[in-house]
Each structure stands twice: as structure tokens, then as C-alpha cells.
Design a binder for this molecule. Structure first.
Ligand code: CDP
Length: 224
């Protein structure tokens, strides 16, 4: 079973997807973390995003591994733990440029399909219901108004000590900029799949969103 959860930045996809996966007892995959990790790797190795040969050479040797510990899901890039580094503003500012590159998307989508082929899986991202798994069993598109998305992201960054002294307004600007880039790119833009169910989480708690999704899935499963 594949559950696709797409939506704009900071719409609550990660927390929701983790909760849904836990409640159903299935695997969870954060595809945004993968694009963030590639972006970090390119920056750390001084690879220019437009240098297609260097980019390809970097991508073919990349190793991404997810692991669990008591703090949650960890991500390792070529053996090093990048869980926190991929959330820094440097990566956030560059990730939309990197994720718009066709070759990067091809590599990431192949890995995502490979991981999900062996497991029941909740995948969250921007193009899961449209491109990665257009035949997903369940598709959701999470939205929330920009004020609450900015507030949530501001609180998350502040809790993890990653705020870099920027204010709520800057967080909001960054989210809008990224959503604009993600939805207007040529390759796999951020878009609701025609058959996805939209859930507006503005006035819902994360647990209410999780319950809503889990109920829809369980109801359909008992009918099948
Ligand atoms: O958590 P947040 O909503 O800030 O974003 P994310 O899920 O960590 O994704 C970071 C970036 O990766 C997005 O802004 C997109 O540029 C890119 N992304 C993508 O292109 N396709 C996906 N399936 C997931 C993320």
C-alpha cells in the first residue's frame, strides 16, 4: 500500500506522515529530506549546480540511509549524520534550485520507488501523487494558511536552535519564495494530483489531521 502526502512548505506533511505511518504500522519516507541532503552534499563539495558532469559524478556515488533512534528518523549521507544540517537556512535557501534539476529528480525518484517497492509506505513530498506514485492507493494534499505555516516553521526552527536570528516575516517570505519556485518549475512541479483529497490543517491539530487520514484509509480498507 502506498499513501502519498503532498503539499506546500511547512504544511505539516512530515509530522502528519510520521503519525499516519506509526498508526498504520508502516514505513515512512521523507522525500524532502533527500533533496535537502543532495543540496548539502553539493554545497559541501563545492559542486556548481549547473555543472552537469560534476553533478552526475556526485549523484552516482551518493548513499542515503535512513535510521531510527529515540529522537526520531535520522538521515545519513555517505555515512555521515546530516539530520540537523539539512535543516539549516543555507540548505533551505538552495534546495529548490537543486530539486528543479531533471537529473537530480531522476536519481531521487528511482531511490524512492526502490525503497517503497518492498514495503507499505507513507511518502511525503511535492510530486508523490503526481509523478512518483501516480497509482498510489491513497493521495492527500495538505494545505494551511500562510500565517499558520510560518508560525509552525518559526517554532520548529526556534526549538532546534536553527533560527539564525531571522524573524517570523522572513520565515514567511522564505516559505512563499520556495513554494513559488517549486510550483513553477518545469520538472515535477508542486501540484495537487487531480484525485488527491485536500486537507486544510489551518484549524486542526496535527492529531486531528492524522486521525482524519487514518480513518479514511481504514474505512476504505475494511470495505475492500
Ligand atoms: O519541510 P518543508 O516543507 O520545508 O520542505 P521539505 O519537504 O523538506 O522539502 C524541501 C524541498 O525539497 C522543497 O522545497 C522542494 O524544493 C524539494 N522537494 C521536491 O522537489 N520534491 C519532493 N518530493 C520533496 C521535496
Amino acid at each position: 500500500m502506498i499513501v502519498a502526502i503532498d503539499g506546500p512548505a511547512a504544511s505539516g506533511k512530515s509530522t502528519t506522515a510520521i503519525g499516519v505511518a506509526k498508526s498504520l504500522g508502516i514505513t515512512y519516507l521523507d522525500t524532502g529530506a533527500m533533496y535537502r541532503a543532495v543540496t548539502l552534499g553539493l554545497i559541501e563539495n563545492n559542486i556548481k549546480f549547473e555543472d552537469s558532469l560534476e553533478l552526475k559524478n556526485y549523484l552516482i556515488q551518493i548513499k542515503l540511509e535512513f535510521a531510527e533512534d529515540k529522537s526520531g528518523t535520522l538521515l545519513f549521507l555517505n555515512g555521515s549524520n546530516v539530520t540537523k544540517k539539512i535543516r539549516t537556512s543555507l540548505v533551505t535557501k538552495n534546495v529548490s534550485e537543486v530539486s528543479a534539476l531533471k537529473i537530480v529528480r531522476k536519481f531521487m525518484v528511482d531511490i524512492q520507488r526502490e525503497i517503497a517497492k518492498n514495503y507499505d509506505c507513507v511518502l511525503e513530498g511535492r510530486d508523490i501523487g503526481t509523478v512518483v506514485f501516480p497509482n498510489a492507493d491513497f493521495k492527500f494534499f495538505l494545505v494551511a494558511n500562510e500565517k499558520s505555516r510560518a508560525k509552525r516553521r518559526f517554532d520548529d526552527l526556534s526549538k532546534s536552535g536553527l533560527l539564525d536570528s531571522i524573524g517570523l516575516d522572513d520565515v514567511l517570505k522564505d516559505l512563499n519564495k520556495r513554494d513559488y519556485k517549486d510550483s513553477t518549475r518545469r520538472n515535477s512541479p508542486l501540484k495537487k494530483a487531480y484525485d488527491a483529497k485536500t486537507i486544510d490543517s489551518t484549524n486542526l491539530t496535527i492529531n486531528e489531521v492524522i486521525d482524519k487520514i487514518v480513518n479514511i484509509i481504514n474505512k476504505k480498507r475494511t470495505l475492500d
